[in-house]
Design a protein around this ligand. Structure first.
Ligand code: NAD
Ligand code: MG
Length: 299
């Protein structure tokens, strides 16, 4: 376990995880509260240095997993944060909110279902009311349910995955851009599944393909407002998403072991990439997708 995100060490042995198939039983959406083994969101390690001082950020899916790690890093870099989550994730949201407030910035959690367009508009309106503007938008919430056989993949699931992963990104972004000043940054969470889609993730993987194209097209549309748009493509990351139907339970003990680094990533290992894309340090980067894949690189 690192002492902060800068400590030099062998990345292969940075995290040791004991996993069994028994650990893998959660309903969708999963909760960090019952995730076994626990994930690292940088709560004990991420050290900020004012890289986002005074910025205002809206993050979807900020209660757990990658979104929680990003929220913690943004807060410690000096940003005020609004994050969204589902009402059933209240326990995780409370933990995240407490950690954010400990950073001395202003933070709010807003519960609601982003597969509903009118809620997406409300979320942006409430965020602007709290934050004053939106300098950073992280579209990170996502739905992933593994279905092995084509015949078993329902229209209902296909539509719900698209509504959550793609349509919500359109609705939230469209509403938010009106409140984003020049210098603002939009970061969308896509996936290695965009480039190397697995059988059994037909709906999910194809939403990630859509998100990658959405990101590049949007970047070219909104650069005339001085807004940059990029994506992050995680590889296999240890979060509740995978333990609550995202992967078949029997695959979880080996989840992520096949990448060159030989282990799944932790949410904390994603956060610095989001900080970089949010900050002015990445001023010449737009329409780009950055892989954080443990070596299972993007094409
Ligand atoms: P996670 O379960 O911790 O986060 C996903 C979040 O999405 C949930 O916390 C939930 O709040 C939110 N969400 C789902 N449906 C919603 C809805 N209808 N309304 C509002 N919020 C909703 O898991 P994570 O792995 O941190 O996922 C974050 C992002 O990372 C997702 O876009 C996921 O596709 C992507 N990703 C994850 C992995 C991985 O291996 N974990 C790999 C590649 C990409
Ligand atoms: Mg969650």
């Amino acid at each position: 376990m690192p002492t902060n995100q800068f400590t030099m060490q062998d990345p292969r042995s940075q995290y040791q995880m004991g996993r069994t198939e028994k650990d893998s039983d959660q309903p969708d959406p999963g909760l960090d509260e019952i995730l076994k083994p626990k994930a690292d969101h940088g709560e004990d390690t991420y050290v900020g240095s004012d890289r986002l001082k005074g910025r205002k950020a809206l993050i979807t899916g900020g209660d757990s997993g990658i979104g929680r790690a990003v929220a913690i890093a943004f807060a410690r870099e000096g940003a005020d944060v609004v994050f969204n989550y589902l009402a059933s994730e209240e326990a995780d949201a409370k933990v995240t909110l407490d950690i954010l407030k400990d950073s001395g910035i202003k933070a709010w959690g807003i519960a609601g279902d982003i597969s509903d367009e009118s809620f997406c508009n409300d979320l942006v309106a409430q965020s602007v009311e709290n934050l004053g503007s939106i300098d950073i938008l992280v579209n990170n919430a996502g739905k992933q349910q593994f279905v092995a056989e084509l015949d078993d993949l329902s229209t209902e699931q296909f539509c719900q995955t698209y509504a959550t992963n793609v349509f919500a990104m359109f609705w939230i972004t469209k509403a938010a851009v009106k409140h984003m000043p020049p210098g603002a940054s939009i970061i969308n969470t896509t996936s290695i599944q965009c480039y190397q889609p697995s059988a059994g993730l037909l709906d999910y993987a194809s939403t990630k393909g859509a998100i990658t194209s959405f990101t590049k097209s949007l970047a070219k549309m909104v650069i005339d407002k001085g807004i940059r748009v990029n994506g992050v493509a995680p590889g296999p990351i240890w979060t509740p998403l995978q333990q609550s139907g995202g992967q078949p339970a029997k695959k979880l003990p080996e989840f992520g072991d096949n990448v060159p680094l030989g282990r799944p990533g932790q949410p904390a290992e994603l956060a610095p990439t989001y900080v970089y894309l949010a900050s002015q340090e990445s001023s010449y980067i737009t329409a780009e997708i950055m892989g954080v894949t443990g070596g299972q690189h993007l094409p």
